[in-house]
Design a protein around this ligand. Sequence first.
Ligand code: NI
Length: 136
Amino acid sequence: MPRVSVFRKIVFNAAHRLYRKDWSDEKNKQVFDLCANPSYHGHNYRLDVKVTGEINPETGYVIDMNELKKILQEEVMDRFDHRNLNLDCAEFTDLNPTGENISVVIYNLLRSRLNTSYDLQIRLWETERNYFEYPA
Ligand code: NI
């Protein structure tokens, strides 16, 4: 059967701050600039999820969109939406919540919920102009 890519987009809001606990305030400010602001700042993150697989001849689906929607709700929305990534999310207790790191964390959460027969790629938009893709 033909292989087709299926996409779903979600949007979540979260606050973060880029800094390393083991660096001085000066060094954090120097490297991360405004993103190191101690009062945190927010983003409207947009996540594009791409699932690639063979069409199931019985259903005509690559994946049931309702199933994908449920996985995204549980693994991304319930976990990160309206949260402070640094303070509220164990995934980032010791991991700087950059777009790069958030992408890898989300990929791994979704990967663990999808059959290995699927290929998965995500694109995380942090702003209108900046986005991240994983796997690269
Ligand atoms: Ni930011």
